[in-house]
Design a protein around this ligand. Sequence first.
Ligand code: MGP
Length: 328
Amino acid sequence: MTKKRKRTSVASFVSQLDPTSPRKHNLSAYHPDLDFSTFSPSSLALYTSLLPHCLVHPSSFPPKLLKYWYQRYTLFTLYAAGCLLDAESWFSVTPESVAFRIAKRCACDGTVVDLFAGAGGNAIQLAMTCGKVIAVEMDETRLKLARWNASVYGVEERIAFVRGDSLELMKTLRRWREKGGEEEGQEEVWNGLKASELKAVEAVFLSPPWGGVDYAQSSQREHLGTSKAREGEYDLSSVQPIHGADLFHQVHKAFNTSNIAYYLPRNTSLQQLSDLTTSLDPPQPPVRIEYQYVNHGTKLSSLTAYYGALAAEWDDELDDWRKTPTTA
Ligand code: MGP
């Protein structure tokens, strides 16, 4: 006799938690490793409050986003343990293997800032390779999702979750530096961030909105001092909320570092990425570009441009399985 597959169903919990969820949405099939009996009352309350903002069951996905649901384990290998994503996060979260690779390139004992943290895909991986992560996100719910997902991965404590507009943070930081504020370690600079925390920043990771799911069709905006992308290339002018070149320069000034990792579409203009450093003082090492593949290396997904020390200290063999182990 074939054995019945044993499954701990959470469906009854879910229908209690979210009265708007039709009963047919049996989430146990979609978060099969989620075990409510291990939840503290506060975790249960948080999960309950986040669920209505998220897309969990494939039948509730808009057709354009359904392909991302099929990629759920590529996005989060621990998806089954309860990772939650809202509509925008489904199409903009960095696949875990890619985020892991970026995190290895950014590894340091100091602090890395994730300026557009979204639902936390990058911050989670950075937390595993860096001393500390500051995750900035403007959308309150998305920041809660980032915290929730980080707790699924057990790295919540290593991340400072900061709610607010990254552009406002950078404006504040520039003013703060001009006033010589870097001296006062415990002074609060912005939305709970202290001067001492900001002084420990070694690198900034940028994963801004690219212009929606249809970013490939984005049009170009004229921009003084920036070359235009060629036909078929993604132009930095499509980056949101400001031109991608301006964003890069604002980060450089505000954080006083050129150690920047910039996550962008796979067809981004290489000329534009290379031009970003030309006006910087002191002169910078050439940008290093890493193309990122998913589906076991069969599908080109995105690219990341590395600047400053992240480019200068480039290790060609990082993560390379062919690397010959050194003998003592
Ligand atoms: P994609 O190009 O939309 O998917 O996103 P796919 O399946 O490669 O597309 P297709 O054209 O081959 O069908 C690829 C990856 O890019 C996603 O997994 C996200 O990590 C990232 N990504 C996509 N968008 C639209 C954004 C965005 O707006 N911001 C950021 N930071 N990343 C994005």
